[in-house]
Write a protein that binds this ligand. Structure first.
Ligand code: CA
Length: 332
């Protein structure tokens, strides 16, 4: 081939690889209420949506308390996107009732009036909503960021053909989902029973063994070294001109000031922006024992990858998370 032709081909390849890919078709799966990093992750998502980097197709809630989806809807309404569909787990892990969602939704002003007014709503079953949303999505387009328990995803895997789709859960996922990014687990081998695995071990086992796409894992150790500054909570949300549900949630979760670990936002960052901010290890296959300890083995066909960061990457990831989460991304 002539040199000229080669250059032309190289330039063409460069153009294709730099071309805008369009928004990520995103699903957020959360145990909102158990830790405050889910809220930071959701604030980031609203910025991605505002910037045109993501379409948020639905949110699945896997904490089985009514204030969990209510607080998610409060955040969505605050950002002007109350229409985002929310699916709710049934007979899932309940965990603590009087969490920061519960507290924030009950906050009052000095005169006793409520800070937030949220109309009552019943939520659709999460698995039903997943099947509806996936059946309408473009093939291999959907990216799921799962930052809580695996209950809803395991039940989606177990679902059969129905009036929504003639496909089984695994076939529907294989056809529509590009990849799953999960905050879960603890490496190296693994004395820690990480919370997201530990609260529903059978579902985590099912997802990590049977999920038919690649899974990218942001483990405990990654988010543990990425800590959101309390000063940012105190200073960077003045644009709200009063109460912001993220700030009220953060302040009512633990006594201020504290710099919280950003486990869940690392998974959302990877789901929307890809792996470039991280080191990717793998492929592996993943095993989980009955107590919730997680193990990885080299496996060329395993399709499971574990993210890690060095100090410089951790700092860059934190800067990115803070910059996204603190933006005024209310729908204009
Ligand atoms: Ca979480």
């Amino acid at each position: 081939m002539h040199m000229k032709k080669l250059w032309y081909l190289a330039a063409l390849l460069l153009m294709v690889s730099c071309a805008p890919k369009g928004p990520v078709q995103l699903i957020f799966e959360t145990d909102m209420g158990n830790d405050v990093d889910d809220v930071v992750a959701l604030a980031m998502i609203h910025t991605y949506v505002q910037q045109g980097d993501a379409n948020l197709l639905m949110i699945g809630v896997n904490k089985d308390r009514p204030t969990a989806p209510d607080y998610v809807r409060l955040m969505n309404e605050f950002y002007g996107r109350g229409e985002i569909p929310i699916g709710m787990v049934h007979d899932g892990a309940k965990e603590r009732e009087d969490d920061f969602c519960w507290k924030t939704l009950r906050m009052t002003n000095e005169d006793g009036s409520p800070v937030y007014r949220l109309a009552p709503k019943t939520y659709e079953d999460a698995v039903t909503l997943y099947r509806k949303v996936l059946s309408k999505a473009k093939n291999r387009s959907v990216v799921i960021a799962s930052v809580g328990f695996s209950t809803n995803l395991a039940r989606l895997l177990e679902s059969g053909p129905d009036g929504i789709s003639s496909l089984s859960g695994p076939d529907l996922i294989k056809k529509k989902v590009a990849r799953l990014v999960v905050m879960a687990g603890s490496f190296p081998e693994s004395k820690r029973k990480e919370y997201n695995v530990d609260r529903d071990v059978p579902s985590a086992k099912k997802v990590f063994s049977d999920w038919p796409t690649d899974i990218w894992i942001s483990p405990f150790e990654l988010g543990d070294v990425v800590r959101f500054p309390a000063t940012s909570v105190e200073n960077d949300f003045a644009w709200a001109g009063g109460h912001h549900p993220l700030v009220d949630g953060y302040v009512s979760y633990l006594p201020m000031p504290y710099d919280r670990q950003m486990w869940d936002p690392t998974a959302v960052l990877c789901a929307v922006e890809g792996t470039s901010a991280f080191t990717v290890n793998g492929p592996y296959s993943i095993k989980i024992d009955d107590e919730g300890h997680m193990f990885h083995e080299d496996d060329p066909k395993g399709g499971r990858y574990i993210l890690s960061v060095d100090d410089a990457q951790a700092k860059a990831v934190l800067d990115r998370i803070v910059s996204l989460a603190t933006k005024d991304s209310r729908k204009k």
